[in-house]
Design a protein around this ligand. Structure first.
Ligand code: NAP
Length: 479
């Protein structure tokens, strides 16, 4: 188990304080106690990280794909050896329940294995131009140095989903983790060091000077890729910043997932699927089911089953393994969830379970089920990001697809229906980057995760994830 929490910046393979000595508090969301004081990087620290990344990247790009893959596989093995440490630290700083945290830790580790296997399969081809007869040689080069910015809801996986493909492609990275949850990223550096990742290749700079530090990096021509996971609002600002040096942006942004249950569905399977899609990570997920649409004819039966499952969940300290639902990450997130519930009820929704603000300290919120939620309620438009299921009903297939698509987001949709052909036909009509068809979970290291519309640009995971970190070069010659 962890004795001492890493709390300094990690630059050039070494732990160091911020150049101005500044630190900030990281809280345990269960009781609001301070668990660590973490160094807060300055612009000078970010520039030091960039200088070291530059030389490390050149050497790393020269190594063979097999060599890079071997290092990545060692990271996977070392990460697995420390899964328990990661699980406890994720819970400690984020609050999520132990079961969610161990799921995240294993998912996070898996990106290193997947990209160890992908590193040795660079894409490319050799062709004949039909008119000129010139030979066309197409291959992929590492893009260079990537700036990675991650959110607090998956402190391990949102980082590894970027770091692993970047290293596989031959890039170096600078990671700026969320200020609520920087500790897990710092612990990951212990793993990388032991596994033999060269010094300077991965640097971690938590900071409370987020705007100036990120801006300084965006303005430096050595940064070539910006890979961001977070809110659409911040993504929009970063895209503007990327325009200054024409940087390649990879954006994993917000969602507003519909969860549709048709009249011919297996209702027990659909209720289990909704538990997964709504309550995984206690609803603090961009993939969380946000708008639940039940066919009129099964709505009462389904709701009864679902409320029973939600009522059986235990709420409390995520570090206790018997707890299903830990606290939300911070006060602002918890208060926003409660405001969305109050708004829906004020507009006519019925609250069948939960919906009351518990006494503090800490940021727990009870599993909540709302029915008859009017389409204009705020929770149908904003990400709820909490353990609140907002249920509406529908009568007609075409109407529900139209309602599901009526959002500026397009990350993931879930659809339960009895007949696979019908399910596939409806899935193709859903304007989302991912569809869970009779499944409440789509995240998989082997699959391209990502959204359309204002949910983002690019994909993470799968073969596609490595493409964010390479540039295609074409060589033309005549023989
Ligand atoms: P956020 O407020 O957008 O913050 C995300 C990251 O951006 C943090 O590291 C944050 O740093 C940084 N940041 C904030 N303001 C910035 C600025 N002006 N310039 C540069 N960086 C800035 O999002 P969050 O509240 O942490 O995460 C929740 C959001 O992430 C939700 O919208 C969720 O849907 C989305 N998300 C999307 C995916 C996906 O794959 N599509 C996955 C997970 C989460 P500080 O912490 O220092 O402010």
């Amino acid at each position: 188990m962890l004795n001492e929490l890493p709390s300094q910046l990690y630059i050039n393979g070494e732990w160091c304080d911020a150049s101005d000595g500044a630190r900030f508090d990281v809280l345990n969301p269960f009781d609001e106690s301070v668990i660590a004081q973490v160094s807060s990087a300055t612009v000078a620290d970010a520039q030091a990280a960039l200088a070291t990344a530059e030389s490390a990247q050149k050497a790393w790009a020269q190594r063979t794909p097999r060599d890079r893959a071997t290092v990545l596989m060692k990271v996977f093995e070392e990460f697995q050896r420390r899964v328990e440490d990661f699980t406890r630290l994720i819970t400690l700083e984020n609050g999520k329940a132990y079961g969610d945290a161990i799921g995240e830790a294993n998912y996070a580790a898996e990106f290193f294995r997947w990209y160890a296997e992908e590193a040795v399969r660079p894409e490319g081809h050799y062709g004949h131009a039909p008119a000129s007869g010139a030979r066309t040689l197409v291959h992929e080069r590492p893009a260079g140095i990537a700036l990675l910015i991650t959110p607090w809801n998956y402190p391990a996986a949102m980082g590894t989903r970027k770091i692993a493909p970047a290293l596989a492609a031959g890039c170096a990275v600078i990671l700026k983790p969320a200020s609520e949850t920087p500790l897990t990223s710092l612990l990951l550096m212990e793993v990388l060091k032991i596994a033999g990742v060269p010094d300077g290749l991965v640097n971690v700079i938590p900071t409370r000077q987020t705007g100036p530090v990120v801006d300084a990096l965006l303005d430096d021509p050595r940064i070539r890729v910006v890979s961001f996971t977070g809110s659409t609002e911040v993504g929009r600002q970063l895209l503007t910043g990327c325009a200054r040096n024409i940087l390649n942006p990879a954006m994993e942004l917000g969602g507003n997932a519909p969860f549709i249950v048709c009249e011919d569905s297996d209702l027990d399977a659909a209720a289990d699927g909704l538990m997964m899609a709504k309550m995984r990570n206690l609803g603090e997920a961009c993939t969380a089911a946000n708008r639940i649409y039940l066919h009129d004819s099964i709505a009462a039966e389904f709701t009864e089953k679902y409320v029973a499952k939600m009522a059986a969940l235990t709420v409390g300290n995520g570090l206790e393994e018997r707890i299903d639902v830990g606290p939300l990450v911070n006060r602002a997130t918890r208060d926003k969830v409660h405001e969305l519930v109050q708004d829906a009820v004020a507009q006519g929704a019925k609250c069948l379970l939960g919906g009351t603000m518990p006494d503090g300290p800490g940021f727990c919120y009870p599993p909540t089920v709302l029915t008859d939620v009017p389409a204009q309620a705020k929770c149908c438009h904003d990400e709820i990001f909490g353990p609140v299921a907002a249920i509406q009903t529908f009568t007609d297939e075409a109407e529900v697809i139209d309602r599901a698509n009526t959002t500026e987001y397009g990350l993931v949709a879930y659809l339960y229906c009895g007949e696979l052909g019908r399910g596939l036909k409806l899935s193709e009509q859903l304007e989302f980057g991912m569809v869970g068809l009779n499944r409440g979970l789509v995240s998989d290291p082997a699959a391209p995760f990502g959204g359309v519309k204002q949910s983002g640009i690019g994909r993470e995971g799968g073969r596609e994830g490595i493409r964010e970190f390479v540039e295609t070069q074409y060589i033309s010659t005549v023989i």
